[in-house]
Design a protein around this ligand. Structure first.
Ligand SMILES: Cc1ncc(COP(=O)(O)O)c(C=O)c1O
Ligand SMILES: N[C@@H](CCOP(=O)(O)O)C(=O)O
Length: 430
């Protein structure tokens, strides 16, 4: 599959080049040249397919011919070595748990898939690749874990100082080896802007091969479409009108869901559920797209003021506002509303939601008021114990720590504090 830049000022390129470059030379995000819907048979027989088989069929067109089918089958199987259960809360609301991977966040799938693709492309290459990642909390840990020890790949993670949870910080600063963490005096948007600037810096790019492991990178972004298929497999015999409420920050996940829909998955509607960082909620009301500096919330991984992937969403719906509005609703919630939702979910359903999932739950509830014949699935994008302080404070109950979280507790943090793009550049050059 070839990819084009959404800035339309760079040549089209192969999957391999899109993965290695991350961002197009004109600073545009890459987008596949075509999307061919999967066959009716695929959806009719989805009950008989394993998750790996579903994922293989869904992603094949986007990575072939550069990744041969036998290699792709192995990559997909190794990537998906954990569960993706749907848990029913009531007749209208379920949650899809995306936190059973090694860092207990939904980013694990994309990070593991991309690490394996890059490992495959880089196996006969003597030049080292530097993977730059900006994180508001979860991408950093997932990428650190996914790329740990991958030969020929160095990972540099930028995170906003004091704005990620303690456990998230441990996950991205304590691994050592080929993983380095830079603690930025600023917001996630500052981190993301520095990463994008680095790609355009000729002095840097002439001296090192840089790529991104944010959802900018098609190999990190596209595998996220699997989740929607996995949920459909579990629900399609029970419910009609399946709707997804996606807690959204950089909008990669909801946009991946839209790709699944383009592949033919019968998704009735999407809800982008936001915290106070609500540029898309405002856009759908005013038709004016006005990014604002991000504000800090208890659902910190969604503290994004200028979401990278909104441009891909615009592309999917051909920049037609009405088509987008028919497919996407967006709501925004305060921290107090989020805490109330966490408590409500706990008291009514004996289920512990993390703050991001709770925002998704609120999106479901709001949508269902006017669409009571839908079944809404909110994505539980991270395990509640990643936000231990908030969760225990709200539900007033101690939480047992899963083994993945215990593994990073008490580890030593190693990070370098930076403030400007020049600091990043001199770190990379040295
Ligand atoms: C726990 C959690 N929920 C939601 C999001 C938002 O996802 P996206 O950036 O794909 O919109 C993130 C980060 O991306 C996250 O880590
Ligand atoms: N919420 C993310 C922000 C980066 O998103 P990405 O999907 O573009 O990597 C995080 O947790 O870091």
């Amino acid at each position: 599959m070839n990819y084009y830049s959404l800035n339309h000022k760079a040549p089209n390129t192969s999957f391999k080049d899109a993965v290695i470059k991350g961002l197009a030379p004109d600073k545009g995000l890459y987008f596949p040249e075509s999307i061919t819907p999967l066959s009716k048979d695929f959806f009719d027989n989805i009950d008989d397919l394993t998750y790996s088989e579903i994922a293989f069929e869904a992603i094949k067109q986007f990575v072939s011919p550069e990744i041969p089918e036998d290699v792709l089958k192995t990559i997909v199987k190794e990537t998906l070595s954990f569960e993706f259960p749907v848990v029913k809360l009531n007749d209208n609301i379920s949650t899809l748990e995306l936190f059973h991977g090694p860092t207990m966040a939904f980013k694990d799938v994309g990070a593991r898939f991309m690490a394996r693709c890059l490992g495959y492309f880089n196996q006969n290459n003597s030049e080292e690749i530097t993977v730059l990642v900006a994180t508001s909390g979860d991408t950093g840990g997932a990428v650190a874990n996914g790329f740990l020890g991958v030969k020929g790949v160095n990972v540099v993670i930028l995170y906003p100082s004091g704005k990620v949870s303690d456990i998230q910080e441990m996950q991205l600063t304590s691994l050592g080896q080929n993983i380095k963490a830079l603690e930025v005096n600023g917001t996630f948007d500052d981190c993301q802007a520095m990463v994008k600037t680095a790609f355009l810096d000729d002095e840097l790019t002439s001296k090192m091969q840089l790529t991104s492991a944010n959802s900018i990178n098609v190999a990190r972004w596209l595998p996220q479409l699997f989740y929607f298929m996995f949920a459909y497999k579990q629900l399609h015999n029970k419910y009609e009108n399946i709707v997804f409420s996606v807690p959204s920050g950089n909008f990669g996940n909801v946009c991946a869901g839209m790709m699944a829909q383009q592949l033919g998955l019968p998704i009735h509607h999407f809800i982008a559920s936001n915290n106070a960082n609500n540029v898309v909620t405002r856009y759908l009301t005013s038709q004016t797209y006005e990014p604002k500096p991000s504000v800090q919330t208890i659902s910190n991984a969604m503290d994004v003021g200028a979401p990278s992937n909104f441009i891909r969403i615009q592309e999917i719906y051909k920049n037609k506002f009405d088509t987008l509005k028919d497919n996407l609703s967006s709501y925004s919630y305060s921290d107090d509303e989020t805490k109330e939702a966490m408590l409500e979910i706990y008291n009514n359903y004996n289920y512990v939601a993390d703050p991001h999932g709770a925002v998704g739950y609120l999106g479901c509830k709001e949508f269902l008021v006017k669409n009571p014949d839908s079944h809404c699935v909110f994505l539980e994008t991270a395990h509640p114990t990643k936000f231990l302080y908030v969760v225990e404070d709200v539900i007033k109950e101690k939480q047992p720590l899963p083994k993945q979280i215990q593994a990073v507790m008490g580890k030593e943090k190693e990070s370098i504090v930076i403030s400007t793009y020049e600091d990043l550049k001199s770190f990379l050059l040295n």
